[in-house]
Ligand binder design. Structure first.
Ligand SMILES: *[C@@H]1O[C@H](CO)[C@@H](O)[C@H](O)[C@H]1NC(C)=O
Ligand SMILES: *[C@@H]1O[C@H](CO)[C@@H](O)[C@H](O)[C@H]1NC(C)=O
Ligand SMILES: *[C@@H]1O[C@H](CO)[C@@H](O)[C@H](O)[C@H]1NC(C)=O
Length: 378
């Protein structure tokens, strides 16, 4: 892994590319922003229930969703139906200023609910909490993007936005990145690694289950298959986003967000391994998500037995979303879902909750990920 100085000639500016616009640029990286057109044509569900107009309606929906199965509450959706749409996805590609052999490995990172692409590229104490900067420091290149409905990507109804649409988008991004689009001067990567957090991990696993050839490895964080939907939906303490803050008034009432900093901590952080400042930063930058994204997670097939690449499954020890609050012992099932994979590993990050990137020990977790990739020849 000898990195050498690489003198990059001024790249030709593509019409749709801008030199970095994101709020933070890792000092060790060359970053470029892309606005990427995608055409979605997939199967999904259609919302047929009432579209609640206030928080009382939302809370009753959450309550009913969290009741025991014996109550026979079924989400107000029907399907499968055809879903078609054209959208723009806004993403950032960063590669090391000092190139090395790993730089031709591209990580494609998909964030989870409540965040936008800055989950991977935090402006808050980046030497401690910034995954992109860490990965670039180890020589890797990384593409991270705003999930549809967040950041500078297109918006659509929160009663329509759902996981199958997000999988279709990730499939297109992965194919285009493999073809060398949106990778600045790196060109077509030697290897493509899909990285996810939470809903982004479900999106990633759903994709490699359906299209096993699409990537060489997957790193799945904040994901579990023993979770109880009721615990998940109740623990968020959701409110209608448009009623919460006028900056979200352009979103329809299908978009929701947790109520306050304590709800944020309840889902994403485990004491005592966080600082109040890190939590406050995360709370200030929270991003609404579609209720339909949350309730369609169980509609995909996650059996990825056809996937032949490397798999690292990496959760916080105390992840309430992935494991109901305590993860030791829950790793077995994902291995069965990846029975054809190479060097499957399942690891836990000690003293950490669902938001792995927000804890004091985050960089030690990043090292677990990059060490795995290096050991496996990426
Ligand atoms: C809409 O999506 C379906 C797949 O669900 C596809 O078969 C159909 O061709 C699409 N229609 C258009 C106009 O893109
Ligand atoms: C899920 O995918 C696996 C692997 O392709 C397949 O064997 C299984 O039948 C699928 N399950 C359902 C419910 O479609
Ligand atoms: C920090 O993370 C590393 C890597 O997982 C682990 O070995 C170490 O025990 C953790 N430290 C604490 C204080 O949790």
């Amino acid at each position: 892994m000898h990195c050498f100085l690489y003198f990059s000639f001024l790249p030709i500016l593509l019409a749709q590319a801008h030199r970095i616009h994101t709020e933070y640029t890792p000092p060790n990286a060359n970053c470029i922003d892309y606005e990427i057109p995608v055409v979605v044509s997939t199967k999904g569900v259609e919302w047929i229930g009432p579209k609640r107009t206030d928080n009382y309606g939302l809370i009753d929906f959450v309550f009913l969703s969290s009741t025991r199965p014996e109550a026979n509450f079924t989400p107000p959706v029907t399907g499968p139906v055809d879903i078609n749409g054209t959208y723009t996805i806004s993403g950032t590609f960063c590669s090391p200023k000092t190139k090395c052999e790993h730089s031709n490995t591209v990580l494609l990172a998909t964030h989870g609910l409540g965040y936008d692409r800055s989950y991977w590229n935090s402006a808050f104490e980046p030497e401690k909490y910034n995954f992109a900067q860490y990965a670039v420091d180890k020589g890797y290149s990384i593409f991270f993007y705003d999930r549809l409905g967040t950041g500078r990507s297109s918006k659509l109804s929160g009663f329509v936005n759902q996981i199958s649409i997000q999988v279709s988008i990730l499939a297109q991004l992965a194919a285009q990145i493999k073809a060398g689009q949106y990778t600045d001067t790196i060109g077509p990567p030697k290897k493509l690694v899909l990285v996810g957090h939470s809903f982004g991990s479900f999106t990633t696993q759903g994709l490699v289950a359906a299209a096993p050839e699409i990537a060489d490895a997957v790193i799945l964080t904040g994901i579990g298959f023993t979770m109880q939907g009721g615990v998940v939906i109740e623990s968020f303490d959701l409110r209608v986003a448009a009623l919460k803050d006028k900056k979200w008034k352009g979103l329809d009432n299908g978009y929701v967000i947790w109520d306050d900093v304590y709800a944020n901590v309840n889902v994403f952080f485990k004491a005592p391994l966080y600082t109040i400042e890190a939590v406050a930063f995360s709370e200030k930058n929270k991003v609404p998500f579609a209720i339909t994204e949350l309730i369609t997670i169980p509609t995909l097939n996650y059996t990825a037995t056809g996937f032949k690449g490397n798999v690292l499954y990496f959760n916080g020890e105390y992840d309430i979303i992935a494991c109901g609050g305590y993860c030791p012992g829950v790793e077995q099932q994902p291995h069965a879902l990846f029975s054809g994979s190479k060097a499957f590993q399942s690891k836990l990050q000690p003293n950490t909750g669902h938001g792995l990137n927000g804890h004091k020990n985050a960089t030690a977790g990043y090292k677990v990920i990059t060490d795995y990739l290096m050991e496996q020849g990426f």
